[in-house]
Design a protein around this ligand. Structure first.
Ligand SMILES: Nc1nc2c(ncn2[C@@H]2O[C@H](COP(=O)(O)OP(=O)(O)OP(=O)(O)O)[C@@H](O)[C@H]2O)c(=O)[nH]1
Ligand SMILES: [Mg+2]
Length: 296
């Protein structure tokens, strides 16, 4: 069977995580309308009769301003070098800019076949899509071109079939029923972080981290305690909200999704703590599971 690794790379907010979820038909990566949602590589595994494709979602490549962002970029660049094929995922509704050139240069340096995935095609007319495809094809010789809508597209079978044809023959690396390889605690923490991203604005979502403090299964229910870290007292006040309203909202939204993931009733307790400037501390970044393994 055809087996191999595919990296999803691109600028923040291009729709990489939305696409991996659609390809796997399961929520393996969190999604938000805020850039820099994904902070580490996330694997999603697709097994069919004649192929197994391991898709790796990566943090959006961008000009880093913090140590965390530098490590996110490095993580994405490391993943790109270690696969069989790359999807360069781009937001078709945004004109080609400096950020795209940076992504293209990073992807090009891997020396692997690259598919151009022109995402959010639902936002454009047909002529505009053709114009965008032409723009991109003048800049690099992509192996294939796929205008798609990761969010609203119904079938990705063409993309999957073509992808498999680029992969080597081999044996499945994961059991057929396995769709994700992240730890359960990390997936739960990410669900909570997705709700933080949804509910808060400006600097607060970017300054937040989530860590599972304890997890216990009793009588077919899961009892969870999770810590939301922020960098400043003001951010803590926003996260808690008036009479705890914000924290309650985040908790309610997260609990529903965690119940879906675990298939059981969940009791979720959230705390907020200030961890001064954690985004510039390598040990903290690693402890929270962001930016990949620390290799320097
Ligand atoms: N209209 C439209 N919106 C989309 C599509 N795909 C993704 N989006 C939206 O684009 C935003 C970003 O999506 P993500 O999947 O989080 O983007 P990402 O590339 O993973 O972003 P980072 O993790 O920050 O690098 C979300 O609001 C999505 O709902 C699409 O095909 N059409
Ligand atoms: Mg993402």
């Amino acid at each position: 069977m055809k087996c191999g690794f595919v990296a999803l790379a691109g600028r923040p907010n291009a729709g990489k995580s939305t696409l991996i979820n659609s390809l796997i038909a399961e929520k393996v990566a969190i999604v938000s309308e805020k850039p820099q949602t994904t902070r580490s590589e996330i694997r999603g595994i697709l097994t069919a009769e004649d192929c197994q494709i391991v898709f790796t979602d990566t943090p959006g490549l961008h000009k880093a301003k913090t140590r965390l962002e530098t490590r996110m970029n490095k993580e994405a660049a490391d993943v790109i070098r270690d696969v069989d094929l790359i999807y360069l995922v781009t937001d078709a509704s945004v004109p080609f800019g400096k950020g795209d050139q940076y992504v293209l240069d990073t992807v090009r340096s891997a020396g692997l076949p690259v598919f151009l995935i022109l995402n959010k095609a639902d936002l454009l007319e047909k002529e505009e899509i053709l114009k965008r495809l032409q723009e991109w094809s003048q800049r690099y010789e992509f192996a294939e071109y796929f205008p798609i809508s990761a969010k609203y597209g119904r079938s990705f079978s063409d993309l999957i079939k073509t992808t498999a044809s680029y992969l080597p023959e081999g044996n499945a690396m994961y059991p057929a029923e396995m769709t994700a390889d992240g730890s359960e605690n990390f997936r739960i923490a990410e669900i909570i972080r997705e709700k933080v991203l949804q509910c808060t604005e400006q600097e607060v979502p970017h300054a937040s981290a989530v860590v599972i403090e304890s997890k216990e299964f009793r009588k077919n229910a899961c009892y969870l305690q999770a810590k939301i870290l922020v960098e400043k007292d003001g951010q803590k006040a926003i996260m808690i909200g008036k009479q705890g309203a914000m924290l309650k909202r985040i908790g309610t939204l997260a609990r529903k999704d965690i119940e879906k993931l675990l298939g059981k009733k969940v009791f979720l307790e959230l705390f907020v703590r200030v961890e001064d400037d954690w985004r510039s501390k390598d040990a903290m970044i690693t402890e929270y599971g962001y930016g990949g393994a620390f290799r320097e």
